[in-house]
Design a protein around this ligand. Structure first.
Ligand SMILES: *Cc1c(COP(=O)(O)O)cnc(C)c1O
Length: 403
């Protein structure tokens, strides 16, 4: 076997399909978000970023940056070990308490990322509960799919956001088998939101645990930013709340919040928790400052929703095909991977606007899109520039206008 030829053949196939990914080399500038510097071919240009998951601009919150500086100077660079072997810093303890409190749970557990939180928790629960059945929403994020797969437990896929289909599947299974229903609140590529209460009704009917990924909602929904389950008044019914510190909270890291027993179980048996160095104290300190700040920042949540609604209205008025979204996410349908990439390139090259094309496998083929994420820091003038640029490009590339 010629290994290098194999790799490059596979990459050629990917390029030909239009799904090959090119990363934008960005330099974010604290205080200037959503502006950044983009570098390509030895050139530098200023760009407006329209596709970041730093949804609330917490990545440049002065409180967060100050907390990180202070912890860095105080504790140094790294955590120094796994959580079990010298790597539990006081900031980790404080952050876990804060997250448990945010979700009104007995305990919380930190992971190095939201991905690792999903992967580790689901694989651990699915693997360690004999005969466990896992019910997974058809649109679940890769981190949950991999966690479920890794558990080697039996899996059932229910139709996206469809409690009746979940009920149909659960009715057919052994009533005494342990069960976990795995789903998200805000689905990040379409911006739709799960009927959490109705799904919990089904979970309770069949005595199943519920596992809710609120990665795209924490910080942004609910009276204290605890997520859509808080907004809907059902948070106390969710068995495991899962979130990230990387998106609405603007730093990095993942977590779960649940009962003391469940958290201790994952802490004690979860390989992706046990066998890795804990996050740097400065990161935990920054996340802690961010969560504390965001809990009280209803003005940010209001502004965030207003900005998303304003952008949707401006795009619709201009005839750009905004996909239906009930959240802060504004997906614009292109429907072809090559055209999607061309539209994104044109935005960058001609208008200094950065929106990454979203292609397969992140979304289904034929639904390739530009996923736009307005934040409280995107101004009306930036929106008008974006809409004008898209109108120009839609004409140029003969893309489909809104029906
Ligand atoms: C981004 C994402 C994750 C992973 O979170 P990270 O903290 O970025 O690792 C998990 N679930 C969903 C739905 C996501 O979109």
């Amino acid at each position: 076997m010629n290994y290098q030829d194999f790799f490059s053949d596979k990459l050629s196939e990917l390029r030909n399909s239009g799904d090959y990914r090119v990363f934008a080399d960005l330099e974010r500038e604290a205080g200037a978000y959503p502006k950044a510097v983009f570098r390509e071919g030895g050139q530098e240009s200023p760009v407006t970023v329209w596709c970041s998951n730093d949804y609330l601009g917490q990545g440049q919150n002065p409180d967060v940056i100050a907390a990180m500086h202070e912890a860095l100077d105080h504790c140094g660079a790294g955590a120094g070990g796994t959580r079990n072997i010298s790597g539990t810093n006081h900031y980790h303890v404080l952050l876990e308490q804060e997250l448990a409190d945010l979700h009104q749970r007995e305990a919380a557990l930190l992971f190095t990322s939201g991905y690792v939180a999903n992967m580790t928790t689901l694989s651990t629960l699915g693997m360690r509960m004999p005969g466990c059945l896992l019910y997974s929403d058809a649109w679940n994020h890769n981190s949950m799919i991999e966690g479920i797969r890794h558990s080697r437990a039996e899996k059932r896929i229910f139709k996206h956001n469809d409690p009746a289909d979940l009920d149909r599947l659960m009715r057919a299974d052994d009533p005494d088998a342990p069960k976990i229903v795995v789903f998200e609140s805000v689905y990040s590529m379409d911006g739709d939101i799960a009927p959490i209460g109705e799904i919990l009704d089904v979970c309770e009917k069949y005595n199943a645990l519920s596992y809710l990924d609120e990665v795209h909602a924490v910080g942004m929904y609910g009276a204290t930013g605890a997520g859509v389950a808080e907004r809907d008044g059902v948070m106390d019914r969710v068995s495991v709340m899962q979130g990230t510190l990387a998106k609405g909270f603007g730093v990095v890291g993942g977590y779960i919040a649940a009962t003391r027993e469940l958290i201790d179980f994952v802490r004690s048996f979860g390989n992706g928790f046990i066998f890795t160095t804990s996050m740097p104290p400065s990161v935990a300190a920054g996340a802690l400052a961010s969560v504390k700040y965001v809990r009280g920042a209803q003005h940010l949540r209001d502004k965030h929703q207003e900005r998303a609604a304003t952008l949707k209205a401006k795009l619709e008025k201009a005839g750009i095909p905004v996909m239906p979204s009930v959240s802060h996410i504004v997906p614009v349908l292109v429907g072809d991977p090559r055209l999607c990439k061309l539209a994104s390139d044109a935005l960058m090259d001609r208008f200094n606007i950065y929106v990454q094309p979203i292609n397969y496998p992140t979304v289904a083929r034929g639904t390739e899109r530009l996923r736009i994420t307005p934040t409280p820091l995107h101004t009306d003038a930036m929106m008008d520039d974006l809409v004008a640029a898209l109108v120009d490009i839609w004409g140029d590339l003969s893309l489909k206008w809104a029906a």
